[in-house]
Design a protein around this ligand. Structure first.
Ligand code: PMP
Length: 387
């Protein structure tokens, strides 16, 4: 059997292998607190579940349009109008099986040997993996250079060359939980006007999970960039719908045909009942989201304070998403050693920083999508582990 060489360059998402290892230990009788995987621990709100059941009862069992059911795409544009006061043509919206396929397709569309793609490190690992897979050159901007793990416009703009095809932004970011406010994003958007050859992929999947009533600095704010802007968002995080595989993205008009072809060549379309659930989520009440955020906010403060009280650990306050990304090197362990010990000795599953990029050696990621009791217990166990 002779496999394609490109497979050697494909990476993975280690949070899944950590889950598998933690489950194995659990099966052997070791108690485990799961702070590894990045998914909200709440049930999908009932009105959303009901809409999917009704869609099945109503006979929505067949193929649907590859770019998504029109009503679902229209629900996305209504939501964008409501959140950001921007009018988007539903023909520019694509319904995807999750947030991930948008990165996969966008990088497939621009990546090839010789092309440069700028991306955050540490960042969601699929970006770097896909860049390498296509044979293009990954050009990272290192968030660990900043004490609050935020990007700056200046740094990103300094990396652009004639070969740059795509710039990837994740705000708020996974794994750091850092959130860059509008003022800096405005600067970046202004600077990007000088580089019309650079396409922007703005991953806004955590757009509904920002703390302290701050405004989401969406890239929809910049009319001059719309003809080269891809916005990735979706239902997974905001509505606690990770397993439904529902995402959306907005594309420049001239790219819609290409991405639709990639969808037809791979998944055909997203299952219809999920899309009806998606409509109910977007058009339904925001209270469930606000309730989840209240809980996340309490947990954020708990974990931030708890981690900083431990010897050798420093953690900046997450501004968005549900991740804390402390520096643990002061404990005498690097991130990988710390995560391993946490799993085996403290019974706490967390992810080493290097799962998100080479430079994050000194860090680990805690997902605080778990109850306050679990978080307190995890902190207690780690305190004991550190002696
Ligand atoms: N973007 C980022 C930054 C993420 O963290 C994730 C999931 N953890 C995704 C996209 C993918 O979301 P989905 O599960 O909807 O594919």
């Amino acid at each position: 059997m002779k496999l394609a060489k490109s497979l050697d360059r494909l990476g993975t998402e280690s949070a899944f292998s950590i889950l598998a290892e933690a489950k194995k230990l659990e099966a052997q009788g070791k108690p485990m607190i799961h702070l590894g995987l990045g998914q909200p621990d709440f049930k999908t709100p009932q009105h959303i579940v009901d809409a999917a059941k009704k869609a099945l009862d109503d006979g929505h069992h067949g193929y649907v349009l590859s770019n998504g059911i029109l009503e679902c795409r229209q629900a996305v544009t209504r939501k964008i109008k409501k959140l950001y006061n921007k009018e988007i043509d539903p023909e520019r919206v694509l319904i995807m099986p999750g947030g991930k396929p948008t990165m996969y397709y966008a990088i497939q569309m621009f990546g090839e040997p010789g092309a440069e793609i700028i991306h955050p490190t540490p960042g969601f690992p699929i970006y770097e993996s896909m860049i390498n897979y296509t044979g293009s050159t990954a050009v990272p901007y290192d968030l660990t250079e900043d004490k609050d793990l935020k990007f700056t416009a200046e740094k990103i703009l300094s990396l652009i060359t004639d070969e740059t095809r795509l710039l990837i932004l994740i705000n708020p970011n996974n794994p750091t939980g850092s959130f860059v406010e509008k003022e800096e994003v405005d600067k970046l958007a202004e600077g990007l006007k000088k580089y019309p050859h650079v396409v922007i992929l703005s991953d806004e999947i955590y757009s509904r999970q920002i703390y302290d009533n701050k405004e989401m600095p969406t890239f929809f704010n910049y009319p001059d960039l719309q003809d080269r802007l891809i916005v990735l968002d979706g239902w997974s995080k905001a509505y606690s719908m990770t397993g439904w595989r529902m995402g959306w993205s907005v594309w420049p008009e001239n790219l819609v045909e290409h991405v639709t072809k990639l969808i037809i060549n791979s998944v055909s379309c997203v299952n219809a009942p999920s899309q009806f659930a998606g409509i109910a989520a977007l058009d339904g009440p925001d209270e469930p989201i606000l309730e989840m955020m209240k809980k996340f906010d309490k947990r954020r403060k708990l974990i931030h304070e708890g981690l900083n009280s431990l010897p050798g650990i420093e953690c900046s306050l997450p501004g968005g998403a549900f991740y804390a990304f402390p520096k643990v090197i002061g404990t005498g362990m690097n991130g990988s050693e710390f995560a391993k010990k946490a799993m085996h000795e403290a019974g706490v599953a967390i992810v080493p920083g290097t799962a998100f990029g080479k430079t994050a050696i000194d860090y680990v990621r805690f997902s605080f999508a778990a109850s306050e009791d679990s978080i307190s217990q995890a902190l207690e166990n780690i305190k004991k582990m550190l002696g």
